[in-house]
Every structure is written in structure tokens, then in C-alpha cells.
Design a protein around this ligand. Structure first.
Ligand code: ZN
Length: 82
């Protein structure tokens, strides 16, 4: 399969986790739920260690997704990759 990775931009998701950037433990890593349109499945993806994005992959086809964290505010916890 040659599906390109998903790239999404989100805003302010890091603000509602209470975790300071650069001070994230593996155990307490923030995550968001995402729906993969490719396989119509849901998965959790976790924030990377630098706190700049959420990164993960489709649990079925392994298609990668990156959600860049931007400034702003939202309390959304679920997103769609399409
Ligand atoms: Zn998939």
C-alpha cells in the first residue's frame, strides 16, 4: 500500500492535559483519540517527547499520522484522519 501519511494540524490540545512541555513522562503521556478513515477504526495516539505533535499509526494498515500542535485553545479530544 502506498498511502501517504496523514498530516493534521490541531490547536491547543496540549493545554488541557496539565503536563508541561519537556516534562512528560512516558507513563503520563498525553494522548488523543483519532479516527482513521482508511480502515474506519479508532486508536489512541500519543504526544511525542518534544511536545510538538501527536504521532501514531493506524492499528490495521500502519498508515502514519502526525498531528502538529499549534497555539490556541480547544478541548477536543477526538479527531479524524482523512
Ligand atoms: Zn488504516
Amino acid at each position: 500500500m502506498d498511502e501517504p501519511p496523514y498530516h493534521l494540524d490541531i490547536e491547543g490540545v496540549e493545554d488541557d492535559t496539565g503536563a508541561a512541555p519537556g516534562n512528560v513522562t512516558l507513563r503520563g503521556r498525553p494522548w488523543i483519540g483519532i479516527r482513521f478513515d482508511c480502515c474506519e477504526t479508532y486508536a489512541r495516539i500519543y504526544r511525542n517527547t518534544s511536545g510538538t505533535a501527536y504521532q501514531g499509526g493506524c492499528p490495521r494498515c500502519q498508515r502514519q499520522v502526525t498531528l502538529k500542535i499549534g497555539p490556541g485553545g480547544t478541548d477536543s479530544r477526538f479527531f479524524s484522519a482523512s
